[in-house]
Design a protein around this ligand. Structure first.
Ligand code: ADP
Ligand code: MG
Length: 322
């Protein structure tokens, strides 16, 4: 590499956001020193984006930087945690300065928004791959767990579903794409504030990254219950209007990359939460109910059954990219 590893870290990654008081020692030593506040639990998540697998080769560096952090913050959101710190392991084929500039801009724009400080990482040469680890904080007992779903609870999702999967499908087919859908694929918005509002309500939650059916399935397995899902109530964005109905539904159920929250709460909490969503200018839609009978029963509004064809993406089972 023409520029040294040291130069890259110093120029692109060190001190790019407002410093946090709880970072005793950030980038520069052998490891970071972080002060977990008294009365908080540390919440840790990690996600990797691999070129050609998690993003198309033509994806802008800014979007890769943004998304690498966003998908991690989405995991913190699904735990109800408040984001604090991040580490970044960056593997790239060459030190392309324009690429690094774009990548860092995307990463730090989102980092600043949620007051996340990058406190360390690793930089290596190889096929493009980005791993981010995020650290968040939550009051003991308040984290949102997948095991918390109970029969009788209502099932909700934030935002709209299927946008990113519709965009990806169109990109691959070379079709025209509504710019809003492309935005949803490249710059997902982690539902951090809403996750924090949900924390402590005894909700079960997951962020939808592998498709609604697959991810809802994880909640149901963990909680040992089942659900009825009303497929015609799944929220759609205006951007999918020109796409065939059945294709949109498939993207909503089996697609991925939504990064919305799917959660279940008692019916009497729904109103308070819906006000809270409104304040955050986020939509929240009732899509079904938790039941004691295992499995997911997908239904049309007239009560007839919809039979699902698949259950989302699995890196080791599926051979197509995801
Ligand atoms: P070491 O060889 O001791 O592991 P490195 O040269 O890998 O040290 O890293 C030096 C410092 O820079 C460390 O504080 C490390 O956390 C940080 N660092 C390295 N790569 C990155 C990166 N991509 N983003 C943020 N910090 C990084
Ligand atoms: Mg190192």
């Amino acid at each position: 590499m023409a520029v040294s590893e040291f130069d890259i870290i110093e120029h692109y990654f060190r001190r790019r956001t407002t410093p946090r008081d709880d970072v005793v020692l950030g980038i520069g030593d052998d490891a970071a020193l972080l002060q977990v506040p008294a009365g908080r639990q540390l919440v840790v998540a990690m996600d990797t984006l691999v070129a050609g697998r998690h993003f198309l080769p033509q994806t802008a560096a800014f979007d890769i930087g943004w998304k690498a952090l966003a998908v991690n913050l989405s995991d913190l959101a699904a735990m109800g945690a408040s984001p604090a710190w991040a580490t970044l392991s960056l593997t790239m084929p060459a030190a392309d300065e324009a690429w690094l500039e774009g990548f860092a801009d995307g990463f730090f724009q989102l980092a600043e928004r949620y007051r996340v400080e990058l406190v360390g990482g690793d930089t290596t040469r190889g096929p493009l791959s980005v791993t981010v680890q995020v650290h968040g904080l939550v009051e003991p007992g308040k984290a949102l767990r997948r095991t918390a779903a109970r029969a009788g609870q209502r099932l909700f999702v934030t935002g709209t579903l299927g946008d990113a999967a519709c965009a990806l499908q169109a990109l691959r087919a070379g079709d025209k794409i509504h710019p809003d859908l492309l935005q949803r694929l490249n710059r997902p918005e982690p539902r951090v504030d809403f996750g924090m509002a949900l924390a402590g309500m005894g909700a079960a939650a997951i962020d939808i990254s592998d498709g609604l059916l697959a991810d809802l399935g994880h909640i149901l397995d963990a909680s040992q219950c089942g659900a009825t899902l009303w497929v015609e109530r799944l929220p759609r964005s205006p951007g999918v209007e020109s796409i065939q109905d059945s294709e949109v539904l498939a993207c909503q159920l089996y697609g991925g990359d939504d990064y919305e929250l799917c959660f279940s709460v008692d019916a009497d909490q729904a109103e308070q939460l819906s006000r809270c969503a409104q304040q955050q200018q986020l939509s929240m839609t009732g899509i079904g109910a938790i039941e004691s009978q295992a499995g997911i029963r997908c239904k049309y509004d007239d009560g007839s059954l919809y039979t699902p064809q698949g259950i989302g993406f699995d890196h080791f089972r599926d051979t197509t990219d995801g």
